[in-house]
Every structure is written in structure tokens, then in C-alpha cells.
Design a protein around this ligand. Structure first.
Ligand code: URA
Ligand code: SF4
Length: 233
């Protein structure tokens, strides 16, 4: 397996990148999926959100976060008073990985392997390079591990504002890891509200990081001071 590298053109025009990604054969996932689901949103986005991979609905529609997880994300963004139109939304892996139940055609989501995540990363890095966001939100373990390494634990660092030197040449976006929206849909109903509130709080933290001011006397130190206090309890 070669990875996506050989398929990623030099351009940082998002439409050109998306077009090239349609022909990617950097890992075996292109074979069974309907199409590549590239990221979507304005090049000027200050906040870039990364999910895991397209789901069944996204695979058919060719757009990210248009299915059940997308609806949870939409509700969480609304609760955090964030306009989805301002954001660039993408996934760590650009093709839907699934298994098919013995009978019927229902396609069941399968978590992408580490190899597939690494294979697809050149597309993600190209998107980050093109958009140059101030803040990157990592939705769930797959996205977080794609950028921060396999040992990263969302549970340990969620909602923190992280900086990683050398991730993308010439950029130093703030990174905020949180749960994946689909995690809100799992588990008993009494924990769902709590999970949802946690997601909203982390999105709020991430978004309002874009309104930060560098603290007096530490200009250039790279220290970020939240302009509003995070809503985390
Ligand atoms: N889950 C994801 O991680 N991404 C999508 O686009 C849809 C569901
Ligand atoms: Fe290429 Fe990523 Fe699709 Fe694999 S999942 S074929 S690396 S676009």
C-alpha cells in the first residue's frame, strides 16, 4: 500500500484537491465505497473540524456530516452558537469503510485501521495547508490520533487547547480534541445529555479560541488567553 501521497497534487486550491482525491487509490478503501468524500467549507474558515470517516449517508451524498452524526453535530454547533457555514468540515479518512450484514444491504460502519488513517493523512495535511485554520477540532479518537499519534487519549486531554510544533509547515493552529458526535447517540439515554453538553462545551472552547488576545507583556510568546472563560463545568 502506497498511501495517498502520490495522488495529492501540489496545488492548494480546494476544488482541485477535491477533484484529485476522487481518483485516490492510496489504500484499499476506495474499492468498496461509492465515492471519495472530501472536506467542505470555505478556504477562509478559521476553524477546521475533523471527523473519522464518511458514514453510509455521506458515502451516498459525497459530503461530510450529512447523516445522523451530522445532525448531532448541527445541534451541538447551534447550542454553542457556531455557524456551520463558517467552518471547514472534513474527515481523517475520505472513504467509507463498512461491513455488510449477511442478509439485506445494510452497511455497517467499521473503524478504519491505523494503516488506513496514515495512508489518508496526506489529504488531511493538504486541507490544513490550504485552509490554514486558527483552530483544529478533533472529533473523536481517530481524528485525534491521525494528527497527534496513536498514544493520544481524547479522554485525558479533551477540551484542552494544544499546540504541536511542526505539524504543518509555517502554521501553529490550536488543537482541541473532543468526543465524536456519534458517541452522543450511543449508551443509555441518561448519559447522552451529559455527553452532548460536553461536546458543546469543547466546541465552544475551540471556537472562542479564535477570539483570543495575546496577553499583555507576552507578545510573541504564543500564549493564548481565552477572551471568554470556557463553559466547561
Ligand atoms: N462521521 C464522521 O466522522 N464523519 C462524517 O462525515 C460522518 C459521520
Ligand atoms: Fe485514498 Fe484515503 Fe480513500 Fe484510502 S481512504 S483510497 S488513502 S482517499
Amino acid at each position: 500500500m502506497t498511501g495517498a501521497e502520490a495522488f495529492v497534487p501540489q496545488t492548494r486550491d480546494l476544488a482541485e484537491l477535491a477533484k484529485a482525491a476522487r481518483r485516490c487509490e492510496g489504500c484499499p478503501l476506495f474499492r468498496d465505497a461509492t465515492q471519495t468524500v472530501f472536506g467542505a467549507g470555505p478556504k477562509t474558515a478559521k476553524v477546521l473540524l475533523i471527523g473519522e470517516q464518511p458514514g453510509d449517508r455521506e458515502d451516498r451524498a459525497g459530503a461530510p456530516f450529512v447523516g445522523p452524526a451530522g445532525r448531532v453535530l448541527d445541534k451541538a454547533l447551534a447550542a454553542a452558537e457556531i455557524d456551520r457555514e463558517e467552518l471547514y468540515l472534513t474527515n481523517a479518512v475520505k472513504h467509507f469503510k463498512f461491513t455488510t450484514a449477511e442478509r439485506g444491504k445494510r452497511r455497517i460502519h467499521k473503524t478504519p485501521s491505523r494503516t488506513e488513517v496514515v495512508a489518508c493523512r496526506p489529504w488531511l495535511l493538504a486541507e490544513l495547508d490550504a485552509v490554514s485554520p486558527e483552530v483544529v477540532v478533533l472529533l473523536g479518537a481517530t481524528a485525534a490520533k491521525s494528527l497527534l499519534g496513536n498514544d493520544f487519549r481524547v479522554s485525558r486531554h479533551r477540551g484542552e487547547i494544544l499546540h504541536v510544533a511542526g505539524l504543518i509547515d509555517g502554521q501553529d493552529p490550536a488543537l482541541v480534541a473532543t468526543i465524536h458526535p456519534s458517541a452522543v447517540l450511543r449508551g443509555p439515554s441518561d448519559t447522552r445529555a451529559e455527553a452532548f453538553d460536553g461536546l458543546v462545551a469543547d466546541l465552544h472552547t475551540a471556537y472562542f479560541t479564535t477570539r483570543t488576545v495575546r496577553s499583555e507583556g507576552s507578545a510573541g510568546s504564543g500564549t493564548f488567553m481565552p477572551a471568554t472563560s470556557p463553559v466547561r463545568k
